[in-house]
Design a protein around this ligand. Sequence first.
Ligand code: NAD
Length: 595
Amino acid sequence: MYQVTFDEKDTIVRIDRELMDPQTVSRFLDLVNLAAALKDSRLADDWEKMFTRMLGFPTGVRLIRDPAVNKGTAFTEKEREVLGLRGLLPPKVHSMEDQVLRVLENVRRKPNDIEKYIFLISLQDRNKTLFYRIVTDYIEEMMPIIYTPTVGQACMEYGHIFRRPRGIFISSKDRGRMAELLRNWPYKDIRIIVVTDGERILGLGDLGADGMGIPVGKLALYTACAGIHHSLSLPITLDVGTENVALLNDPLYIGLKQRRLRGAAYDDFVEEFIMAMEEVFPRALVQFEDFANVNAFRLLEKYRERICCFNDDIQGTASVTLSGIYSALRITGGRLSDQKFLFLGAGEAGLGTADLTVSAMEGEGLSLQEARERCWFVDSKGLVVKGRSDLTGHKRRYAHDHDFIPDFLTAVETLKPTAIIGVSGRARMFTRPILEAMARINGRPLVFSLSNPTSNTECTAEEAYAWTEGRAIYTSGSPFDPVVYGGKRFVPAQGNNVYIFPGVGLGAIASQARHVTDEMFSVAAKTLAALVSEEDLEQGSLFPPLPKIREVSAAIAAAVAEVAYERGLATVPQPENLQEVIKSLMYEPKYQSYV
Ligand code: NAD
């Protein structure tokens, strides 16, 4: 987008470019010169109109229908005149503030969250600037709608509430032509791609192509929370089929009606996608999102050294959870390496968190073995121990020499953990006896109930406080309202990955990092924990209030970029004032003046 400023004689005095690649700039300047020449030669009286048309800038109805540039009733009198909008809009020119009020009134009168979601996504389709203004300014109210928990419901109903396509869908019918599909995307300078194959959407399982709601939602958060301009991002769904029988039988399902590709066919498919992505969008950071753990770890291992990528379910979750642990330790005192963690669920979130926590404990002086011995897992079969023959891959590193224990309560009573971390995707697994046991063992037990969406949480905030006599240090994957227990008001901040991934992405983009490393996630965890105030901790919040998210993302981005520079992973020179540069990269959703 560009903004042209004129003086009182209608001469161009300034052109502000935003996010234009050099080719566009040069084409733009040629046209400016041409327009100026035409103006001078008085060949065109309405040269401004011609100028904008020549640039391919939409006018008239096309302008109103283009969500990237539409301002709705906020087009000024002059813009209406020059851009052919007269008569196409009601006469009153509204400010953006007026429009915000109108949107809020509409959102709030919707009868339920899914209707609010549909309304907001439609706004994103009509007027992106206004959508991001609202999401940015009302992040606490809007995030649970455009992301968890409502996005979970939206994905479950995706084919039924579908209005407009977004992002790119690549299906197994597209083998051999994925680069061509990517070239169909209207923006050429893509810096961040969120990709899913829809197999493990939140804690909801295989939603196939209906999982597209997740990349779309995550990228909206990149823009709202880290100011990464929406034109730089691209949501992608790899439709490799689904095992979800209900979807296969649903006439409104939007994906291919076939069983999932597996084995070599799946790997070859993803490989072609990565190659196409490298060819068409060589500067893009790829965030793998909601892949089932059979593929997630493997894909991350395979690609992390080859392209700039990370897996948010593994690394982002690990980072936000570790940050929550650091914050909790500010309340309980003690070192990370003195803790004993018992995880419920040994998937991406649990193993990722344990790996990052182990490396942080190594940083405190423990050996790898000692650090791993402080992390224990109970999976769907029971305690992960050496004697089990059914353990795969990553879990084996946490299989300790111990008798097998089939259930979580006995594991708590036997191992006496200081923290329990629920990442099983199974509701109500932290029962009253379990929480009471944690409160008997610990003065201040750490209770992290991270499974999403809300219906899958291991325990609610109310249960956590009530069953531990108000002593639990609690966080959850989905948001909970404040709880009053024993006369004290607890505000359980959500342990949401949104505190981490937008900042990490922005830092990687700012330094144009070749890779995203675990060290970056460790640094992000520490940076986030340091931004939690004493007042936050006092009321039981392990994370800063969401309205501070842009500040948080900027700080994390600077810390991540520092790592990239220190480790020789950056591909652009280090600026002297990194913080300033990062802030300057952050897009503010404001209307540009077009003429
Ligand atoms: P995953 O499928 O990789 O792992 C789930 C694990 O739970 C598996 O090891 C499975 O064996 C185990 N499990 C299933 N039923 C169990 C039971 N009854 N008892 C014990 N273990 C059981 O999924 P994941 O990516 O690790 O995500 C798990 C959950 O964590 C999801 O609900 C997800 O939404 C949530 N999550 C939250 C955050 C966050 O709050 N920041 C981030 C990521 C994931």
